[in-house]
Design a binder for this molecule. Structure first.
Ligand code: SAH
Length: 402
């Protein structure tokens, strides 16, 4: 087994005219681009990617289970994908978070973001001194024990936990047991601070890895427009936007609605713990709530929409856009003149341009003018890799609706 050396066991030869994206550093080689594999290998092994003329393009790891047959990690023929390589990549990723000031030991941050940190299939979030690792590629699951050791050494956490998404595990053929894999995770929820607000996070029980880190800067950005306004925070989860609206933005009051009873209970607890008054949490289906509020002719100075992913893939984009149109249409109806609309989409297959066109459709149907004030994405601890646009998923438009 040459994996410890990080050198290629086999060569993956592309079909003619399929090499362009990989010279352009796209890290996913789909099965359909591959002519043949030369040499013996097992899934998770290091392989070299060659063009049809047998020129070296990049080094990666193969997985016959996945439609992403090879994930690429290095474009340097002299670079082995060994432990030293992973150490360098992790150090580089950690340095970014320090560089952008996301290193408050009481705060939370995404430490590793897959393709954007040159580590396709690995996500690591930090909640205070505790790390949560998500593995979304077989190649990374095979290396999980050494990655955990490296993280323990480089980030000095109190614990490292592993989360595995069932769906991804199936498509990648990952067999890993979720749970605490290093150190000790307290049984009570963790406390983290964001924008001076304290939140409880349960890394193993909460949604995703327990807290929506990607919206951090958007919560602060939105708050700036909310002074003295009556705000509706729809799909509020544990109240990230709602609490920031009051605490940072001096909003007058917030009605915060989510379908999850657990999230709502957590939100109420968080508001009380932070002495934040003025947020009313309510458990209700968002679609029903929007219709009910419109029926009652309620008016708000601002509406925040942060729904879950509506599109699972390219084929459901049109349905998703219809759903976005529907909720944004009602949100606009609920807004007083010159009100603020903060509207988000975390569906990766809905492109920024599609989302903007959806807003144009809402302007047309409602007869209201929409001014986009800020066209935002995820926080900088979720960098984007220009070679892998598939990773850009979060859109957050802050608008004024005249
Ligand atoms: N704005 C939040 C994150 C929202 S995530 C924050 O800043 O932390 C999306 C939320 O939508 C989740 O909390 C989920 O419980 C909620 N949700 C999903 N479907 C829903 C529905 N039909 N009605 C109401 N809430 C729903």
């Amino acid at each position: 087994m040459d994996n410890a050396l990080g050198l290629a066991r086999a060569a993956v030869v592309l079909k003619p005219r399929k090499a362009r994206p990989f010279f352009g550093r796209h890290p996913w080689v789909l099965d359909t681009a591959i002519a043949r594999v030369e040499g013996e290998f097992t899934d998770g092994d290091v392989v070299d990617l060659l063009c049809d003329k047998r020129r070296f393009i990049a080094r990666g790891m193969i997985n016959r289970h996945s439609r992403i047959r090879v994930r690429l990690y290095s474009w340097n023929a002299d670079e082995a994908l060994d432990d030293a390589f992973f150490r360098r990549r992790l150090e580089q990723a950690l340095r970014l978070r320090t560089q952008i000031g996301y290193d408050d030991p009481h705060g939370a941050a995404r430490l590793v973001y897959s393709e954007a940190d040159g580590l396709s299939g690995l996500i690591v979030d930090r909640f205070g001194r505790h790390l949560v690792m998500q593995v979304t590629a077989l190649a990374m699951s095979a290396r999980a024990p050494s990655l955990v050791q490296l993280l323990a050494e480089l980030a000095s956490p109190q614990s490292v936990s592993l989360r595995v998404d069932g769906e991804t595990a199936k498509t990648e053929g990952i067999r890993l047991e979720p749970g605490v894999v290093w150190g000790e995770l307290p049984s009570e929820p963790l406390q983290i601070v964001e924008h001076g607000l304290q939140y409880e996070v349960e890394p193993l029980a909460g949604q995703k890895t327990g807290f929506y880190l990607d919206q951090r800067e958007n919560r602060a950005a939105a708050a700036r427009y909310l002074r003295d306004r009556r705000v509706l925070d729809m799909f509020c989860y544990t109240g990230g936007f709602a609490l920031s609206a009051i605490k940072l933005g001096a909003a007058r009051e917030v009605l915060a609605i989510d379908g999850s009873a657990r999230a709502i209970a957590q939100g109420e607890k968080t508001a009380a713990a932070n002495n934040v008054n003025g947020v009313t949490f309510q458990q209700e289906d968002a679609f029903a709530a929007l219709d009910r509020l419109r029926e009652a002719e309620e008016q708000f100075g601002a509406v925040i929409l942060d729904p879950p992913k509506f599109a699972r893939g390219r084929q459901s984009v049109n349905d998703a856009l219809r759903a976005y149109h529907r909720i944004n249409r009602v949100a606009v109806d609920l807004l007083e003149p010159e009100g603020i609309l903060v509207t988000c989409s975390c569906s990766g297959s809905v492109l920024r341009e599609d989302f903007q066109n959806m807003l144009a459709g809402v302007a047309e149907k409602s007869g209201r003018t929409i001014q986009i004030l800020e066209n935002r994405g995820a926080s900088p601890d979720h960098p984007l890799n220009p070679s892998c646009p598939e990773n850009e998923y979060l859109k957050c438009f802050i608008c004024r609706v005249v």
